[in-house]
Design a protein around this ligand. Structure first.
Ligand code: RB5
Length: 144
């Protein structure tokens, strides 16, 4: 596994999974920063997405994870930030291939859509999978 520094954030709709993912990261000694939200109070997902994306773009982190109720709002917000390639994943195949082919640097998850164990499997695969480069690099470069 590459040297990982993860930045993670959620709104209230993704708070529980954010905490579960943090437990996963701690158990594996993976460096991370939690940008909130820190309570179950209602909050605005675009602000959290912006914080995570800024840290990925600045190099403070090399991977970002965003959780909201559906993962949709977070992925919409994240993909508006130049340099960010956010992938909303609800299955492990997409988690693997969005890394291998799309070099996704932000993972989005929907707490109200998928089960917690599937979400953690997605995180595990997404963090462990490297970018294949080659023909995929040309296509990813075209995104920019
Ligand atoms: C919050 O109720 C919900 O709208 C949010 O978590 C997310 O699903 C938005 O896309």
């Amino acid at each position: 596994m590459e040297d990982l520094k993860v930045v993670i954030g959620s709104d209230h709709g993704g708070f529980h999974y954010k905490e579960a993912i943090i437990d996963y990261l701690k158990a594996r000694n993976i460096e991370f920063e939690d940008v909130g939200t820190h309570t179950r109070e209602s909050c605005d997902y675009p602000e959290i997405a912006k914080k995570v994306c800024e840290k990925v773009n600045s190099g403070e982190a090399n991977r970002g994870i965003l959780v909201c109720g559906t993962g949709i709002g977070m992925s919409m917000a994240a993909n508006k930030v130049r340099g960010v390639r956010a992938a909303l994943c609800g299955d492990t195949y997409s988690a693997r291939v969005c890394r291998a082919h799309n070099n996704a640097n932000v993972l989005c998850l929907g707490e109200r859509v998928i089960g917690e164990h599937l979400a953690l499997d997605i995180v595990d695969i997404w963090l462990k999978t490297g970018f294949e480069g080659g023909r995929h690099k040309r296509r990813v470069d075209m995104l920019e």
